[in-house]
Each structure stands twice: as C-alpha cells, then as structure tokens.
Design a binder for this molecule. Structure first.
Ligand SMILES: Cc1ncc(COP(=O)(O)O)c(C=O)c1O
Length: 409
C-alpha cells in the first residue's frame, strides 16, 4: 500500500528551490530577459545581475569575484577543472593523484584521461573514509601535475584534509616543484561547512547550485588568480573565454541568492541537520539490529548518515521506503539505477553484502523531528519484514521449511 505522507531525505541528490531564491530569479525569466553580452539597457541589466551573483557566490567561499567561472553544474565544473588544467599543463607531466571515493564525474574524467595515456593514482580512503596526507606525499612524482581530492564525500559525508594536502603542495613548490595544482570538489561541502579558499589553499574548487536550494542548471568553478586552464567550451568570449555560451542568467541569479542565504544560514542549518542526524542514528541503533554506520563518526558533514543493513538489498529497502513516502538513496544518485555495490562503500573495505545494503539518508533545512520519528518507525518495520524473507539472512533461511528434494545422483 502506498503512503500519502512524503518525507524527502535525499538532499545530497538535490534540494528543493527556496522560495526566496525563486522570487529573486523570476524577473530574469520575464521582464529582465536580456542577454548579458548585449550592449543595450536589457543586456546591461542582465550583466549587472550576473556580476552581483558572481560576488555572492565568491562570498560563500571567500574568493574574489573574478575567480568565479559560471557553468551548468558540478559535473561541468569538475570537467573544466581537471581537463582544463591537464590540457594547459600537459608539457610538465601526465600524472594525477585522486582518491578512490570521488564522485562519478571525477572518476569518469580520470578514466577518460587514462585512456589517453595519463597515469592516475587512486588513493585509498580506509575504513573511516578519510584520505591520508602521507599517502598523497608518497604518491607524488616529478611528473605529478594535479591532485584532485573532494572536500566532502557525497555518500558518507566525510571531510577530507584538503588544507593539509595544500600545505604539502606549498612545501613541494618551495622546493622548486612549480607545476603542481590542487583541485577539490566542494559540491557537497559548500553551504554546509565554512569555506575560505585562501585558508583551504586549493587552486580550483567546484560548486553546484542545486545542492544549495537553487534550481538545477547552474554551477561554478573557482579558479585561483594566476592559474591557467584551457576552456572546454569554445566559440564565445563569455566567462573570460573559459566557458563560451550565453550565460544562463536566471539560474545564475538564483545561484547567487542561494549562495548568499546559505552563507547567512550556515550555522543554523548545520545545527538543525546535525540534531536530526543524531536523533536518527541513536534511535535506529536502538530499534534496528544488525546495522553498520559508514564513514567517520565526527569528520563529516552534518546532514548525511550512511547505514548498511545486513541481510538486506539496499535497493529493496529503498523501494519499500518509497512505498511509504520516504525518499532516500543507495549510493550516489548518479550510480543508482545500477545494482552494482556502491564503489564508495566498497572502498571503505566493506564486503559486497554491506556495500549493497547501504542507504544514504540526507537531511535538509525543512526536515523535522517528526520526519525522523516516521522514518525510524517505518524502517524498523520494513527491515524486519525484508529480513524475514531474505535469502541473505541465515536465521530466516534456517527457519524456513523447504520441500524435500528427490535425490538425483
Ligand atoms: C560530490 C559531487 N560532485 C559533483 C556532483 C555533480 O554535480 P551536478 O549534479 O551539479 O552535475 C555531485 C552531484 O551529486 C556531487 O555530489
């Protein structure tokens, strides 16, 4: 029986647009429709709005506004960062260091470069889902040009030691290694932990609007002043030739507004989602046996909880929850739809059963304590039911009586 109650717990996949953000963008769909490259009044009005949004997005990460390149989203930001930098610096080396728990967009770009002869070192993330700076150090080679490690993971929320990796790069630069750059995918982290790019020490940083209560279709790449990248979209002068094409003004305005609000409300949102997550984790531990929490207990984003349910296929649990009106995800949204175990959970050293049985719950600013109560009630009921039927569950199998098979030698 399907439920009429709806509880959205998949904010790492996407967020609903904030009404304040929609209100800010609406005029740019209607009366202020100009092309930001046009010289006339309509164009200049749009240009002004894009400039303002650039300052707002820059403000969220402590950047200068001319260090922000507007794009279509996080995937494009990762493409421009990695491909754009690699193309620009290819004569200096063809080795990249990355982690084994990156988002599929970074994994995919690295695989594509590998096919073109680049060498990729994928660092382990160990049981707690955190990359070790020592591993970065020991993987450095004279031909390493790029380190790309995400700021926070999208499935387990773990926060990576980017500042420490940046300090290592500074040491290398001081010893004469001039052609080494640091990219970080901050799509999940932005608006959830404070980010100051100067302090963080990265050269390139990816952002996406739809994770921040803005509509889909806008993103940005921070490119530190002085860092050279090759534009991947050519044929126009927009975004200082780093991304040709008419700017998507309404989406950019929405992104700017969402970034400003996220900055203002960061600590309120964080304490709200941290409270809900703690409540989920403590009550689920009391009421649902045979579960394993994935990721580091503290060094993680406040809104994500990733739990493996023994003896259950995550996909079956997801569907059962969906029938009760609860939206969660198995692995990342981009890899769901496949029945492959999550590569991120596998990278933590979990076996296939735990990787397949993992569910990501990701909270947002509008979730309530009642949502958690409803979730845990439904979870404990459906987990018990699925386990009683599961061929993965030895207890369920032992208690079932199978028809006697006729011997056949
Ligand atoms: C860590 C991370 N990087 C990149 C992306 C891709 O962003 P977009 O959906 O804007 O292309 C996502 C989206 O799930 C993500 O979580």
């Amino acid at each position: 029986m399907s439920s009429t109650r709806r509880v959205y717990l998949d904010h790492s996949a996407t967020t609903p647009a904030d009404p304040r953000v929609v209100a800010a963008m609406m005029p740019y769909l209607t009366e202020r429709f100009g092309n930001a490259s046009s010289v006339h009044f309509f164009g200049q009005e749009a240009r002004g709005a894009v400039d303002r949004a650039r300052r707002e997005v820059a403000g969220l990460i402590g950047a200068r506004s001319n260090e922000i390149v507007f794009l279509s989203g996080g995937t494009e930001a990762n493409n421009l960062a990695i491909r754009g930098l690699c193309e620009a610096v290819e004569p200096h080396g063809r080795h990249i260091i990355t982690s084994s728990i990156e988002h599929s967009s970074v994994r995919g770009i690295c695989e594509a470069l590998e096919k073109r002869g680049w060498e990729i070192t994928r660092l382990p993330a160990y049981e707690d889902g955190i990359v070790k700076v020592e591993d970065v150090r020991s993987s450095l080679r004279t031909d390493t040009v790029l380190i790309s490690v995400m700021l926070a993971n999208n499935e387990i929320g773990t926060i990576q030691p980017i500042q420490e990796i940046a300090a290592l790069i500074r040491q290398e630069r001081a010893q004469g290694c001039k052609h080494l750059w640091l990219h970080t995918d901050a799509v999940q982290a932005a608006g959830r932990i404070p980010i100051e790019v100067e302090q963080l020490g990265c050269d390139l940083l990816s952002l996406s609007a739809h994770k921040l209560y803005a509509p889909k279709g806008a993103g940005a790449l921070y490119v530190r002043r002085g860092v050279r990248i090759s534009g991947q979209n050519v044929g126009g002068h927009q975004e200082r030739e780093r991304r040709a094409g008419t700017e998507a003004v309404p989406g950019i305005v929405a992104f700017g507004t969402a970034a400003r609000i996220a900055d203002e409300e960061l600590s309120v949102r964080n304490s709200h989602t941290a409270g809900l997550r703690e409540r989920l984790e403590s009550t689920v531990a009391e009421r649902v046996p045979d579960i394993v929490f994935n990721g580091h207990p503290d060094r993680r984003l406040s809104h994500i909880s990733n739990i493996s349910f023994r003896f259950i296929e995550g996909q079956s649990l997801l569907i059962s929850l969906d029938l009760e009106g609860i939206a969660v995800s198995t692995g990342s949204a981009c890899s769901s739809g496949t029945l492959e175990p999550s590569p991120v959970i596998r990278a933590l050293g979990r076996n296939d059963e735990l990787a397949r049985g993992s569910i990501r719950f990701s909270f947002g600013k509008d979730n309530t304590v009642a949502d958690v109560g409803y979730l845990v009630d439904v979870l404990s009921r459906v987990a018990e039911k699925l386990r009683s039927l599961s061929p993965l569950n030895p207890k369920a199998m032992a208690s079932r009586r199978f028809p006697q098979t006729v011997g056949r030698d």
